[in-house]
Write a protein that binds this ligand. Structure first.
Ligand SMILES: NC(=O)c1ccc[n+]([C@@H]2O[C@H](COP(=O)([O-])OP(=O)(O)OC[C@H]3O[C@@H](n4cnc5c(N)ncnc54)[C@H](O)[C@@H]3O)[C@@H](O)[C@H]2O)c1
Length: 403
């Protein structure tokens, strides 16, 4: 074999091995264009669309949404793109490398599993799933696959997380027994948090209602529930799934926490008395095996303290506010010469990180494991709220999801 032939042979063998490793997708070079599709392009999907079209060398080729208004909106933003009603037609397309899922929570697992089964890389919005059994299935599918999975937990790409991990590693925080976190919002009197107006074109002719129901009991079209699915347990996980998940994932990553051993959640529909089922006022306590308790509180009727996390260590305190650098203060009792500081590491772009990993086959900043652990924490809290009692991990696993 000549050198030239040997080189060609080795190159082809390498490509062959790579193709075997990624059987249903082509192998992308560093400069190859990544072709992306989107499933569910509503409110959040539009944010993600705006993000993905800014990532260099990426082409948004196609989207699938059950509501014609969403398809028209996407087409007006990206005129060349194909629009479909059924996500399965999108997944049939052989020339799509990655899929972004931003559908309502109760359909995440289906879109997650279908996307991996079609051999595509996946960016799935949080919370990873609506229930614990679905989270188990998605974790198993992702582990059995070689696809790149990024969960839409963008706090995981923050410089604040890098700085926090470093301070903990350096011993500047000491023993952490308690982390407190909170999230608060407010709306003008008479306007409920999360309530969206139903557009006049939100009628049965324009929505594939049964695909939205996704196995929930059949019933006549309900435009209010279609638009405001967040307010109802059968589609939603309430504010734990919408917001606690970001913070709990960040705290779990910062402290390398395993699954919670127990959860307790109290609260109720105290401020938004508009027929919603999910609570607006919440106090969650999560126990962890490493002798740590994490608390998360939320209200929709006062936003003074907005959103934050405080890691309370024997040797130092870290305070974190979303998209801001962390602040650190030494505990003078145990670190008399320590100095206060502000984090310096810049945030990464979570979407760019997914695309980079599609090219390198690396692990993204919010892989399936943190999607899973944070989802379990959410579901344990919600199950405890529904049962009105403390629930252990084992009890939560044995409890059938209900709504
Ligand atoms: N990471 C974040 O910061 C962040 C912020 C907001 C929302 N989210 C998450 O994004 C997801 C979507 O939230 P949203 O506010 O955009 O909801 P939304 O109702 O505005 O959008 C959902 C879209 O999915 C479509 N859809 C419904 N059923 C479908 C199906 N079977 N197939 C295809 N499309 C379908 C709807 O028509 C709609 O366009 C939720 O999981 C939410 O938690 C994440």
């Amino acid at each position: 074999m000549s050198d030239q032939t040997r080189r060609t042979f080795l190159k082809q063998a390498a490509i062959g091995a790579a193709v075997l490793a990624y059987p249903s997708s082509k192998v992308l070079g560093a400069n190859d264009r990544v072709r992306v599709g989107m499933i569910g392009v509503g409110d959040r999907g539009n944010d993600l669309l705006d993000q993905i079209v800014k990532v260099p060398n990426v082409e948004l080729v196609v989207m699938a949404d059950v509501y014609s208004r969403r398809r028209d909106q996407a087409k007006s933003k990206v005129p060349g793109m194909q629009t479909l009603g059924d996500h399965r037609r999108l997944l049939d397309m052989k020339d799509i490398d990655g899929v972004i899922v931003a559908s309502p929570l109760h359909i995440h697992a289906r879109h997650f599993l279908d996307t991996l089964a079609a051999g595509k890389d996946l960016y799935s919005e949080k919370t990873m799933t609506w229930s614990i059994p679905e989270a188990d299935k998605c974790l198993a599918a992702a582990k059995a696959s070689d696809r790149v999975v990024q969960i839409g937990l963008q706090h995981e790409s923050s410089g604040a997380l890098v700085d926090t991990k470093q301070l903990i590693k350096d011993g500047a925080v000491g023993k952490v027994a308690h982390v407190e976190s909170w999230m608060s919002r407010n709306t003008p009197h008479g306007k409920g948090q999360w309530v969206r107006p139903v557009p006049s074109d939100c009628i049965p002719q324009n929505v594939e209602w049964s695909a939205f129901l996704n196995g929930r009991s059949d019933r006549p079209f309900d435009g209010f529930k279609f638009i405001n699915w967040r307010l109802f347990w059968e589609f939603s996980g309430g504010n734990c799934a919408e917001n606690m998940v970001h913070q709990i994932a960040w705290i779990m990553s910062a402290l390398d926490l395993p699954l919670p051993s127990a959860a307790y959640m109290s609260g109720g529909v105290f401020s938004e008395k508009d027929g919603r089922e999910v609570p607006d006022t919440i106090a969650v306590t999560l126990d962890f095996p490493k002798d740590i308790v994490v608390t998360w509180q939320s209200t929709f009727s006062n936003r003074h303290y907005e959103l934050g996390d405080r890691i309370l260590g024997s040797d130092g305190t870290i305070e974190h506010h979303f998209e801001e650098p962390i602040q650190y203060w030494p505990e003078k009792t145990n670190r008399p010469t320590g100095e206060a500081m502000k984090g310096k590491t810049p945030n990464q772009n979570h979407m760019q990180n997914w695309i980079d990993c599609i090219r390198t086959r690396g692990t993204p900043n919010a892989p399936v494991e943190i999607g899973y652990r944070s989802a379990i924490a959410v579901h344990m809290a919600n199950l405890s709220y529904k049962k009105k009692q403390r629930i252990t991990f084992e009890e939560a696993k044995a409890t059938a999801p209900e709504y």
